[in-house]
Design a protein around this ligand. Structure first.
Ligand code: DQA
Length: 154
């Protein structure tokens, strides 16, 4: 077997925080009408095209999200939409910082064009990248970015 054939298939955690289970019905002017299930399917399909497995999770609870980040320690990367926790969860920030796994933070809306309290992310300084304002297309960018990081090519 060649070395290339033996390379493990990377797995990426696609993790969503609070209120994102309501995508599709929640504030469509900001977030569009795509549901969370649609996003998970889209990212999973893109992952398959790129040779990666995508594991999807969502929680409205900070501690559960922290534990899901911990559980991604053995994975190649994390695509994280932390929802409002981006703006104030030091616990989630510390979890991302604690695991040696590349993480791309994504927001569907352009948070910098919205209320001032959304302009700051406490997670962004410990993430490898940050995407905001591209709608659900941002997930494609985030997955590609995290896989490039995981492969060590960026
Ligand atoms: C969001 C932006 C956050 O400010 C907000 O609290 C969300 C969604 C986004 O994807 O645009 O829940 O993360």
């Amino acid at each position: 077997m060649s070395a290339a054939a033996a390379a493990p298939r990377p797995a990426v955690l696609l993790l969503h925080g609070p209120n994102l289970n309501l995508l599709g019905e929640r504030d469509p002017a900001q977030y569009g009408t795509t549901t969370l299930a649609d996003i998970e399917k889209r990212v999973t399909n893109l992952g398959a095209d790129l040779g990666a497995d995508v594991v999807c999770a969502q929680s409205n609870h900070e501690g559960v999200l922290v534990e899901q980040v911990h559980a991604a320690r053995s994975m190649a990367g994390i695509v994280l939409n932390p929802g409002a926790f981006a703006h104030y969860s030091i616990a989630l920030r510390d979890a991302v910082d604690a695991v040696d796994v590349p993480c791309v933070e994504i927001h569907i809306s352009n948070v910098h064009a919205r209320e001032e309290f959304r302009h700051r992310s406490v997670i962004a300084p410990v993430a490898q990248g940050y995407i905001s304002g591209f709608g659900v297309d941002g997930y494609d960018l985030a997955l590609r970015g995290v896989l490039l990081r995981a492969a060590g090519t960026r």
